[in-house]
Design a protein around this ligand. Structure first.
Ligand SMILES: NC(=O)C1=CN([C@@H]2O[C@H](COP(=O)(O)OP(=O)(O)OC[C@H]3O[C@@H](n4cnc5c(N)ncnc54)[C@H](OP(=O)(O)O)[C@@H]3O)[C@@H](O)[C@H]2O)C=CC1
Ligand SMILES: CC(=O)N[C@@H](CCC(=O)OP(=O)(O)O)C(=O)O
Length: 313
């Protein structure tokens, strides 16, 4: 059995990466749009409706447009954009989120995949909320260090053009404290207050790590770093793409430094708890184009179609 797949936005950063994943597979037939018709609404609509699964690798507005073009009840959309991540009727494409999430992805014809920062944040925080260690009313903060491919073609071009000394050093952004991932971070962790979130983009292509610093006093009374790490281990037991590292994992550090690129070219997420005295850092690392986008989209397709979840990843 071969499934028909269309990638709307096939020439973009996430679309190209999805096509690389799919190229090695013989169980999917990729429907290609002619280069000169990439933005032709009628041709996109035809291919979207001809597909069993269509990936939307588009800016938010174009994703909303694509969703409105579907008339075939068989087509399953997997949207990589921010457009539908907290919209009712769309399943959140993160199978490891909680028990039952895979069933939702299997049953849904509309799947919204998480943002790259949001994936890491949610995977780090959700188990602590579910285990009752972190109150849904807690006020948390997070930083994210990301490679520039997270900004898509235009940011890649900016960095790769060279000649701008300002791009050589890491650049904090979203300082208006309204990053577009905040709504999904809240909706899918259960946190009632938006985290104070500062992403930082650096002069490297890909790789991302979100850090959530916590005072143990912010957690349930008496919580230890060991219990935080154990909650992550328990939540992700049996998850093939999630690796919970030992508490204060010294092996992970290279002479004391953390490598944000160590999950690159994989669909893996590594989770860490570092702790000393009354403070801990919970960290999640992933490839923003792997589990942060294209790998996650292919994984969601595998789950939806009832295939081996790791196929092609
Ligand atoms: N890069 C990343 O790490 C991640 C990205 N995402 C999200 O995935 C989506 C795609 O991102 P990314 O691939 O990085 O972005 P890119 O800018 O690299 O690619 C977007 C593609 O969409 C095309 N496009 C724009 N408008 C239309 C339209 N109306 N019809 C058809 N095609 C159109 C663009 O065409 P053209 O080539 O002409 O510009 C481009 O090829 C975005 O919503 C992004 O936020 C999600 C997680 C991580
Ligand atoms: C470096 C950089 O700019 N990264 C992007 C996140 C990429 C991503 O996850 O985008 P979507 O939410 O649109 O899917 C940002 O912070 O806006």
């Amino acid at each position: 059995m071969s499934f028909k797949v269309f990638v709307d936005g096939q020439e973009g950063t996430t679309g190209l990466r999805i096509n690389e994943y799919l190229a090695a597979r013989n169980d999917v037939e990729v429907l290609r749009i002619d280069a000169d018709k990439r933005k032709d609404a009628a041709e996109r609509a035809r291919l979207l409706n001809a597909a069993d699964v269509a990936f939307l690798c588009l800016p938010d507005d174009a994703s909303r447009e694509a969703a409105a073009m579907i008339t075939n009840p068989n087509t399953c959309l997997i949207d990589a954009s921010t457009a539908h991540r907290t919209v009712p009727g769309w399943a959140f494409g993160l199978p490891e989120l909680a028990p039952g999430q895979r069933d939702k992805i299997r049953a849904a014809k509309r799947i919204a995949n998480p943002g790259c920062h949001a994936s890491a944040f949610i995977l780090a925080v959700r188990p602590l909320v579910d285990a009752g260690l972190l109150s849904a009313d807690a006020g948390v903060t997070a930083t994210s260090i990301t490679g520039y491919s997270g900004g898509g073609k235009s940011m890649i071009a900016q960095y790769e053009a060279g000649g701008d000394a300002r791009l050589m050093s890491p650049r904090p952004y979203a300082l208006g404290l309204a990053h577009k991932h905040l709504p999904e971070m809240m909706a899918h962790t259960g946190l009632r207050m938006a985290p104070v979130f500062m992403p930082i983009v650096g002069n490297f292509y890909k790789g991302l790590a979100v850090t959530v610093p916590l005072h143990l006093s912010q957690l349930r009374a008496g919580t230890t770093p060991e219990q935080v790490q154990a909650a992550l281990v328990a939540h992700y037991a049996g998850e093939r793409f999630i690796r919970v590292m030992p508490l204060r994992d010294a092996d992970t550090l290279n002479e004391g430094f953390f490598d944000v690129q160590a999950c690159n070219d994989s669909n893996r997420v590594d989770l860490f708890v570092f702790g000393s005295g009354t403070q801990i850092l919970v960290m999640a690392r992933l490839d923003n184009l792997g589990k942060g986008a294209s790998g996650a989209a292919v994984q969601a397709m595998n789950v939806h179609l009832g295939l081996d979840e790791g196929l092609g990843l």
